[in-house]
Design a protein around this ligand. Structure first.
Ligand code: OGA
Ligand code: MN
Length: 360
């Protein structure tokens, strides 16, 4: 491995290397650039004695740092990637997700890991198409049971319907029209899905925007002492309530975080594909940090949550019919704004199986 020739500049909690060595920039482009630059910096890990805090003029080595995810926009024939400019998210233009070649899929997969959330507009998908595209990422989980006890779309147990629409007195989907609070999908499972894909069929004229938050950024924004403190802690991810506040099917509501049903995961696992650490919070309600007195768990969780949902770590998506949004469920959380209950909103979701359990 070559040694760094530039200096590292501290920007907030992230460091960028300047100048980017010519050998690196000349061989890479787009999202590749982002990921390889990260590898390069990590490989010098904690030992970059030459790195100085230029912003403060101080000369002490930067011993702990990470690189801001900043993939460059790029265009190749038939495909372009436009980062949102926020801490996460990019739009991919020029692709019909039903017709991806192997090379296009590889580019999408790379961009998904680098940007955590991808938006494709103007798609025309049947449920079978949505499933076929989703399967390219891995096996699919069956959808959670809807609040009504209804299981899924007839013939497609992989599809979860997110909707406020009521037909013949019965809701056709879950989550209603209220706010869906910040959460990660299905983290109450031992092995939560690694990705979710949401496809918009009908959307209201306003409201119902979905927000995403970078849990890489959340982890990186924590003070070193706080990172140390959580490094060996595990957190219970509640299985009682869904993000709309509804009790899951077959569960008796328990509002004591210590005894409520759920599964424990590390608070700061390493993302199995990027190698970067995330803050893994799942959802706030009934969350409980193993082994702590409840009051202490609550205080620490409040502190962690206030870091996780800061504006500069989020990106907001305003839906149009035909939008398909794919997110990395290990490096993000999401929430949804409420919308007019008299308007119609219908989205279909798939969830791609995790291949590993979250591990610190
Ligand atoms: C989901 C979800 C939010 C939304 O489908 O997992 O949280 O925008 N949906 O409806
Ligand atoms: Mn969700």
């Amino acid at each position: 491995m070559r040694s760094p020739t530039g200096v590292a500049r501290l920007i907030g909690s992230t460091v960028e290397i300047f100048p980017v060595p010519e050998w690196l920039s000349s061989t890479l482009s787009g999202t590749q650039f982002g990921s390889l630059r990260r590898q390069y910096i990590r490989s010098t890990g904690g030992k970059t004695a030459g790195a100085t805090k230029e912003t403060t003029g101080a000369t002490e080595p930067v011993l702990e740092y990470s690189i801001r995810m900043n993939p460059r926009a790029f265009t190749t024939p038939g495909l372009s990637l436009a980062p949102t400019g926020a801490a996460l998210g990019a739009e991919i233009r020029g692709l019909d997700v039903c017709e991806l070649t192997g090379a296009e899929f590889a580019a999408v997969h790379r961009a998904w890991l680098d940007c955590s959330v991808l938006l494709f507009r103007g798609q025309h998908l049947s449920d079978a198409d949505l499933i076929a595209f989703s399967r390219r990422f891995g096996g699919l989980d069956w959808a959670p049971i809807q609040e009504t006890g209804r299981r899924f779309v007839e013939g497609h147990p992989e599809i979860y319907v997110v909707s406020n629409v009521i037909e013949n007195g019965v809701p056709i989907g879950s989550l209603g029209s209220g706010e869906a609070v910040w959460h990660t999908d299905m983290s109450y499972l031992e092995r939560p899905p690694k990705a979710s894909i949401l496809y918009a069929l009908e959307v209201p004229p306003s409201g119902g925007d979905t927000w995403f938050c970078s849990m890489y950024g959340a982890y990186e924004s924590l003070a070193p002492a706080l990172r140390d403190r959580i490094s060996h802690l595990t957190l219970k991810h509640d299985a009682t309530y869904n993000s709309g506040g509804y009790v899951r099917q077959g569960v008796t509501a328990v509002d004591d975080p210590v005894t409520s049903p759920g599964v424990y995961h590390p608070l700061a696992p390493v993302h199995p594909e990027s190698g970067r650490r995330v803050l893994y919070l799942g959802r706030r309600r009934n969350a409980y940090i193993a082994g702590l007195p409840l009051a202490e768990s609550e205080t620490l969780l409040d502190e962690l949550w206030s870091c996780a949902t800061r504006d500069d770590l989020t990106w907001r998506h305003q839906w149009q019919p035909g939008d398909l949004v794919l997110w990395d469920n290990r490096s993000t959380m999401h929430r949804r704004d409420p919308f007019d209950p008299d308007s119609r909103r219908i989205l279909h979701r798939t969830q791609i199986q995790g291949e590993t359990v979250p591990a610190a």
